[in-house]
Design a protein around this ligand. Structure first.
Ligand SMILES: [Zn+2]
Length: 291
């Protein structure tokens, strides 16, 4: 069973694959930050909530990814609570076809059992500072997803979504998902100086010092940029992708292919923004050249 861990007076998180925040408002209700990746984590969190005699007043999603929203429908149906998310994220949470469509550049393969359809689309409202209980605040964390936000509880605990990832994620996946590499670098730089009593990233345990992990992530992004740039001169996208995944030793399947082609394109775009790479169409093929 996943455990609910207290990280400050009224702030808790369920330690699981995608950590879920819980803040006890002290009036018999609580609010959640994200809603988990799997039925098991949703069920374990709900047992912990019930054992405390609490009701869920609202769920605040940091962003739209499937592993952060899977329990939305359950908590809404069980408690009649509202679901909130940052503006652009609301569209992706309400319509579960959109997220796989942008990875697969169209209708996904194995449509009936595709991972991305595990969460049922759920109506949600826009997450803005005025809908939060007193003492909470939002912090834009661009880079990992369109509109991701961090959420600060009145105990000065920061829930950071996927702005910072575990070292082992880079070691094992090599290319974790980002939507904008250079914005992520800026966000990581900002987080290094963020003050707080405790920081809760989604896929690694809470810590009172987030700066070392931010520095690690920035270096890992820079290393990945250099790795991809070294394989990008006078090559088509498909050739670059094949070289990068081969040299990282990544075993591809259709789902990995979809997510990693998305991610490699994001790195290539960042390198173009950096002024070290350019792209052109040649005989119907997208070809990259170092500058
Ligand atoms: Zn994410």
């Amino acid at each position: 069973m996943f455990q609910l861990i207290q990280c400050a007076a009224n702030t808790y998180y369920l330690k699981c694959f995608s950590n879920i925040g819980m803040y006890d408002l002290g009036d018999g209700t609580c609010v959640l930050i994200d809603s988990g990746d799997h039925k098991k984590s949703v069920s374990d969190l709900n047992k912990a909530i019930e054992s405390r005699g609490l009701r869920v007043r609202a769920v605040y999603n940091t962003h739209c990814h499937i592993d952060h929203i899977t329990g939305n429908r359950f908590f809404r149906d069980t408690y009649g609570c509202e679901i909130y998310a940052p503006h652009i994220e609301t569209f992706y949470i309400e319509e579960n076809l959109l997220e796989p469509n942008y990875y697969y550049l169209g209708v996904p393969t194995n449509r009936k059992r595709n991972f991305f359809f595990r969460a049922v689309g759920t109506k949600c409202k826009e997450l803005t500072p005025d809908v939060l209980p007193a003492g909470f605040s939002l912090l834009p964390l661009p880079g990992h997803c369109y509109n991701m936000v961090g959420i600060q509880t009145p105990d000065n605990v920061w829930f950071l979504g996927d702005a910072v990832v575990d070292k082992t994620t880079f070691d094992s996946y090599h290319l974790p998902l980002f939507y904008d590499i250079n914005k992520s670098m800026d966000t990581l730089r900002m987080l290094e100086t963020l003050e707080g009593a405790c920081f809760v990233p989604s896929h690694t345990p809470a810590t009172d010092n987030i700066a070392p992990l931010c520095r690690h992530n920035r270096k890992a992004l820079l290393d990945n940029k250099a790795f991809i740039l070294a394989r990008s001169d006078n090559r088509t996208f498909e050739d670059i992708f094949a070289a990068v995944t081969h040299d990282f030793g990544i075993d591809l399947d259709m789902d990995k292919y979809a997510k990693l082609t998305f991610t490699v394109r994001i790195y290539l775009q960042a390198l173009i923004e950096d002024g070290v790479l350019t792209a052109s169409l040649e005989d119907g093929k997208l070809v990259y050249h170092r500058i």
